[in-house]
Every structure is written in structure tokens, then in C-alpha cells.
Ligand binder design. Structure first.
Ligand code: IPE
Ligand code: IPE
Ligand code: MG
Length: 242
């Protein structure tokens, strides 16, 4: 039996003493999941939102301090309006449900991305979650919404220049959305694509990547544990020798 009463996975068991503090996930494959079932792409996003809830819960249960997920990129506006609207509406639903329980459940929900172009209602909810998160303790879920790694870097560069501070990596990092968050040790991309798609360009400098063909709506607790086990088998040298 595995850690949580499930069938043991073939990759072995998670070493609870060496968990990544921060896991980042590119939640990809919703559209293909739906298409395979003859459903509209929006049905895939709905299922993907459920997967996010499950995986966030499992990260918390395992003891991962930070989870960062890619929900909507600066490039995703190219999609049909109906699909964009459906994704935004799912995010709104999630926040309506999550905000009242954040304090009790010890979950801080923060947004990475430019919220200024969102519909006022969703923007208000996202800002409420950001503000509330600054007043409570707990694990942190970062939702990347209208987020692009290049956009984040350009914004940080402007702020760094305006602040007139010395241009060091440490100072620059303070102007990123991830200012108080350690870099992710592990980045997971379900959905079969092997590219970064403008996600956390700065923060991923030394992350370990796990790619899996599993489409995001099918990604489950066992898949998460398998990714962590794969990460724990890596030899992280950071440019040095061992
Ligand atoms: C990821 O799934 C969700 C978003 C990008 C919003 P996709 O919608 O990209 O699904 P595929 O890659 O087309 O299957
Ligand atoms: C990346 O997935 C963005 C999100 C998961 C939100 P995409 O489906 O947009 O990326 P590409 O088009 O395959 O690179
Ligand atoms: Mg995709």
C-alpha cells in the first residue's frame, strides 16, 4: 500500500523528509481531455479546476509550503472569447468558494499576473484574496493569471529602475510577483508538451522539471507523488561538482 492507502506506485515512495518546499505546475491538456470525450473545451477546464482543488489539497496534506499553478497566460487571450470567459468564470467560482474558508483552512491564495485588465468582479475577488493572504498564516497557492514570465521580468526591470536600487539578482527578485516565495524546486508539466510556455522564466533557473503525457484533468494524487519521487531521484548540482 502507498502512503495514503492507495496502491503503491511503481516509482517508489515519497521521502517525506526531503519534500520540495515549492512545486509549480503548468496545468495543461484540458482542451484535449474534453475533445477525446466529444465535449466542448470548456468541459475540460471545468474538470481541470476540480483537479486543481484536489492537487492543492494533496500538496497541503503532504506538507508542501508553496504551490504555483499556471491558470491563464498572457498569450491565452488569443483563444475564442467563449473559452476565455469560461475560464474566468471558473476562477471566479473558485474564489467565491475559497475566500471564506482561507483563514480557517490556513490557505493563502495569491495571484501572479497583471490583474488590471480583468473584469471588475473577478479583479475584486483576486485582490481580496491577495489582501486577505497578507493577514493570515498558512500554505500558499499562487495562481498565475494573465501571467507571462517575460512580462513579469519587464515589469520588475521598470520597478527596479524606478526604485533606483543597485541591479543585483537579489534586488531584482524583490520586484517579481514571487518576491517572498522561494524558487520552485520542482516544476511539473502534464499534457505531453515539453516547453516552458512563458512560465516562471526567472524562478525556474535551477528547477527540476517533470514532464508527463497525462492530461491535467486526469492528473491525480498518485501522479503528483510520482513526480515528487522523480524529483527526489535527481542529482542537483547547481553547476558545481559532487
Ligand atoms: C490548459 O489546458 C488550460 C489553459 C491554458 C487555460 P489547454 O486549454 O491548453 O488544453 P490543451 O493543451 O488545448 O489540451
Ligand atoms: C500554458 O499552456 C498556459 C497554461 C497552462 C495556463 P498553453 O496550452 O497555453 O501553452 P502552449 O500553447 O501549448 O505553449
Ligand atoms: Mg494547452
Amino acid at each position: 500500500m502507498g502512503l495514503f492507502g492507495k496502491k503503491a506506485n511503481t516509482a517508489g515512495q515519497v521521502d517525506m523528509g526531503r519534500l520540495p518546499r515549492h512545486i509549480a505546475i503548468i496545468m495543461d491538456g484540458n482542451g484535449r481531455w474534453a475533445k477525446m470525450r466529444g465535449l466542448p473545451r470548456t468541459a475540460g477546464h471545468k474538470e481541470g479546476a476540480e483537479t486543481f482543488r484536489r492537487i492543492a489539497r494533496h500538496c497541503k496534506k503532504l506538507g508542501v509550503d508553496y504551490l504555483t499553478v499556471y491558470a491563464f497566460s498572457t498569450e491565452n487571450w488569443k483563444r475564442p472569447k467563449e473559452e476565455v470567459d469560461a475560464i474566468m468564470s471558473l476562477l471566479g467560482q473558485y474564489l467565491h468558494e475559497a475566500i471564506p474558508s482561507m483563514e480557517k483552512e490556513h490557505i493563502r491564495v495569491k495571484f501572479f499576473g497583471d490583474l488590471s485588465v480583468l473584469e471588475p468582479e473577478l479583479r475584486g475577488l483576486a485582490e481580496e484574496a491577495n489582501a486577505l493572504s497578507d493577514t493570515i498564516e498558512g500554505v500558499q497557492a499562487n495562481l498565475c493569471l494573465n501571467y507571462g514570465g517575460r512580462d513579469e521580468i519587464v515589469r520588475a526591470a521598470k520597478k527596479c529602475a524606478e526604485a533606483g536600487v543597485e541591479w543585483t539578482e537579489e534586488n531584482f527578485g524583490k520586484f517579481l510577483y514571487s518576491a517572498d516565495v522561494p524558487d520552485p524546486e520542482l516544476v511539473i508539466r502534464p499534457g505531453g508538451e515539453m516547453r516552458i510556455s512563458n512560465f516562471l522564466l526567472w524562478q525556474c533557473a535551477y528547477s527540476e522539471w517533470v514532464f508527463t503525457p497525462t492530461l491535467w484533468p486526469d492528473f491525480d494524487e498518485q501522479a503528483l507523488e510520482e513526480a515528487i519521487v522523480a524529483y527526489q531521484r535527481r542529482d542537483r548540482r547547481f553547476g558545481g561538482v559532487k
